[in-house]
Structure formats: C-alpha cells, structure tokens
Design a protein around this ligand. Sequence first.
Ligand SMILES: [Zn+2]
Length: 283
Amino acid sequence: MTDLMTIDECLMCGGARSEFVMGGIVRRCADCAFHWTAAGLAPPEELYDESYFEAESYRKYFEFAAQWQFEAARRLRWVLSAAQPTTLVEAGPAGGFFLAAARDHGIAVEGVEVSEAAARYARDRTGVPVRTGTFEEAVFAAPVDAVCAFHVLEHVTDPRRFLQAAHDRLTPHGWLALEVPNIESDTADRAGESWADLSPRFHLWHFGPESLRRLVAEAGFEIVRLDTIFATHYLRPRRQLSRWGLASRWRSLRATGSVRTSHPQRGDYLRVLARRWAPGESS
Ligand SMILES: [Zn+2]
C-alpha cells in the first residue's frame, strides 16, 4: 500500500481556500468553485488492477452489450455531428464498443486502456486494437484527427497533463471529445453525498460546465460544443420503459420541465467537443 493522496490546492486556480461539501467527501474551491475529492485516494496503479474489471463483473458487463452499443452509436453520432475524423484514439475504451462503432464507420481506431483485463476483453470480444497503459505515456506513430475520452478525465492523476497529451497527439485543428459526470447536475444537487457518480474511491475531480470549459480552453482548445445530457439519453428505447428508464425520464423532466434529454447545465453528464488550435494561432 502506498501513501494516500491528499490535495489541498485547487487544480484550477491554485487557490488554497476550500470548503468541504457533500458530507465532507468533496472539497470546493472558495475562489473558483472547482470540486475535488477530499482525501483517501489510492494511486491509479493500485486502483485499476484485475479487480476493477474482474472476470465476473466483466461477464455481467457484456450481458449489456446491446446497451453499450446503443450508447456508443449515440456518442459517435454526436462526434460526427461536428467532426469527420479519419483516425481516432480513445483513452479508456473499457469494452471497446465506441471504438468498434467508429471502426465500422470507416475510421482507423486505436485504444489505450489502463486495465489489462479490460484491454484484453476489448481485443477479444470487440476485435478493436487496444493496448494497455496510460494515454499520457502512450506513443503513437502519427498524430490523429480525434482523441476521445468518455468518463476518464475524472479518474486521471492530472487532468491538465491528460489534456496536454491529447493536444500533442492531435493534428492541427484535430478534435477532442470528452464526457464526465456533472457535479452541477440536478441529480447531484438533490442526492448530495449519495450521488451515484460521486464515486470517491475512483473520481478525483468533479467538473461542472464552467470548470470543464476553462480547463479545456486553457489546454489550447477552442470549445465548439458544450452541453449536458441526462442518463435517459443513452437508454435503448425498450429500456426507456423499464422502471429505471421511467425514473430516469422523470428526473430529467423534473430538472428541466421538458422532455429533451440535453440541457446547457443541469443534465447528469457533461460533454464537450473542442478543436485544437493550430500552431501559430493565438488562443
Ligand atoms: Zn480554485
């Protein structure tokens, strides 16, 4: 067991003043309102061992393959609504469903996954090229047109370093697509410390629309789209009518007063599509 990490200084603004919120699990910067997990974080190499994607839970994960395929298709459609990449790298592809969807669309894909068990499953079950390791340290043969990371940025040791790595691996004007839990969602507000996406053992950083916008812009990207979506956005039509689906739909309706599954700030997940500034351009 290594020493646990405690973070006192705000990653976003360097401020030293923070208050404990969400039952003392999260610290909120008094200067810029950025949130991070208060204490007790094990380093990544201890967290993402075999047990994170152990065989039994992965067997269950693949029982929901149709659900993950639907989610992947929706994410791909969102990326393609702005970008037309011919090459793409995904950090943290888990079972590889998004990579498979992109590959089936004719895009040359590659994944980098910290969990060897997950990388192996992605290769064996979905047939996509996924190597084991961290995205930040991975070396690629050539720059790519798109870097995607869905529910990854909240896990990484240093989000700035991650975004810098994405920037460095992109072609000029290449695309960055991110999705993270939204700590400023209606669901998080109502649930407080019992918010399911708080996941303090694994989530170090907690983003809201403004903090994500700022971090991505400061890393040298132009924000093209930033919005939030409700969990119901990723549910297959048949699961929309399940008890969970109806409860999820009710939460989005209550939060927004509308049946739309996206919202500028209040949805469960925050997503951003951004474009790399070309060398020589000022940001
Ligand atoms: Zn701050």
